[in-house]
Ligand binder design. Structure first.
Ligand SMILES: [Mg+2]
Length: 356
């Protein structure tokens, strides 16, 4: 099966509610959807989300990079997938989200050729997962209301965005915990919003006040690996890297520094499933678990992330609620949500039949 073309489409998706983190606030997203055609009837689907403040990519840069990648891999045979992935990763530096879109469409085709769902091709550990749900950074009152709404909608794990003023963050989390009781799990994500000392202050204070937190994600700046280690050494709750982990090389550096307790893998950061599997292997070898997350992405690319998420035993936590923020689903097929559960069809590949 040879690659004959890659078609690119841009879609605008208004969000159901504003998404606010320490880095940005968005009401609408653009996603890039690609279709890889082959010399057979099979076509592969992929998607990318521009997140300039995290990956450095815009819609225009992703489209240009995909055109560049297309010229490098066109005519290649999927039986040579290792060569395709090498070419994909080496034909252009960076541009991880553009690479991820092409990478997942190739995996979609590889699984379709074998007539199995992608998660089975990747390892097939299980076929269901429970995602957390994001609570945006806002006033304590709004965050309490949103937390309660999400728990009554059937979610059991909240991912609460913090990273503003440390004192206010402690207050926010204490009030949310008091108002929802002890049952639900709370993950906190500062999106690089604290210094290492602030993160330790927040973590210790939450522990002293008995505010139960499952894990703290990306407390400090992406490049500050020593800061991550300082936080990890000084708080009891597990510390996860997100914006710090873009590549297998980052994973190797973070685990050799003992800087984190876990890694949040996102396809848009690492360039797709090919590299995500390497990161997962490094984490597993180092004895730390992984989480699979996403940017503000539509069903298409999150379907790929979900297939990866259930395929490997070292991937233990899931942060795949982004499609629930989207007011439209551009995919026919792919994952579906039942409350907090993400469900898969038995259709081959990503299970996406067409783009609506
Ligand atoms: Mg994060």
């Amino acid at each position: 099966m040879k690659i004959t073309d890659i078609k690119i489409q841009i879609i605008n998706i208004p969000l159901v509610t504003t998404f606010k983190t320490a880095l940005r606030s968005v009401d609408q997203i653009e996603n890039i959807i690609i279709t890889i055609t082959t010399d057979t009837d099979l076509i592969g689907f992929g998607g990318a989300a521009p997140t300039a403040v995290i990956t450095g990519e815009t819609t225009a840069s992703i489209c240009s990079a995909i055109e560049h990648i297309r010229d490098s891999i066109i005519g290649m045979n999927l039986i040579d997938s290792e060569n395709i992935f090498q070419r994909l990763n080496n034909c252009i530096i960076g541009n991880s989200s553009a690479k991820a879109a092409v990478d997942m469409a190739i995996y979609d085709l590889l699984a379709k050729e074998l007539k199995v769902p992608l998660y089975q091709l990747l390892g097939g550990m299980t076929n269901t997962l429970e995602t957390d749900v994001t609570v945006s950074l806002d006033t304590p009152e709004k965050m309490i209301r949103e937390s309660k709404e999400k728990l009554s909608a059937g979610f059991n794990i909240l991912k609460i965005k913090v990273g503003g003023d440390p004192e206010l963050d402690i207050n926010r989390l204490q009030l949310v915990r008091e108002s929802i009781g002890r049952e639900a799990r709370i993950r906190i994500d500062a999106n690089q919003g604290w210094s290492a000392k602030e993160a330790v202050l927040v973590g210790k204070e939450l522990e002293r006040k008995g505010v139960d937190i499952e894990l703290m994600e990306q407390p400090v700046a992406a490049r500050d690996f020593k800061g991550l280690r300082f936080v990890r050494e000084n708080v009891s709750m597990p510390v996860y890297a997100d914006e710090s982990i873009f590549s297998p090389q980052n994973a190797l550096d973070l685990v050799s520094m003992d800087a984190v307790d876990g890694l949040n893998i996102k396809l848009m950061k690492c360039g797709g499933i090919y590299n995500a599997l390497k990161i997962a292997a490094i984490a597993e070898t180092a004895g730390i678990p992984c989480m699979i997350g996403s940017m503000m992405e539509s069903h298409i690319s999150v379907t790929a992330a979900a297939h990866l998420a259930v395929s490997r035993s070292i991937i233990k936590r899931y942060d795949l609620d982004a499609p629930l923020f989207c007011s439209i689903n551009p995919a026919v097929g792919g994952i579906t949500y039942k409350g907090s559960r993400v469900c898969f069809s038995n259709a081959p590949g990503l299970g996406i039949e067409s783009i609506g």
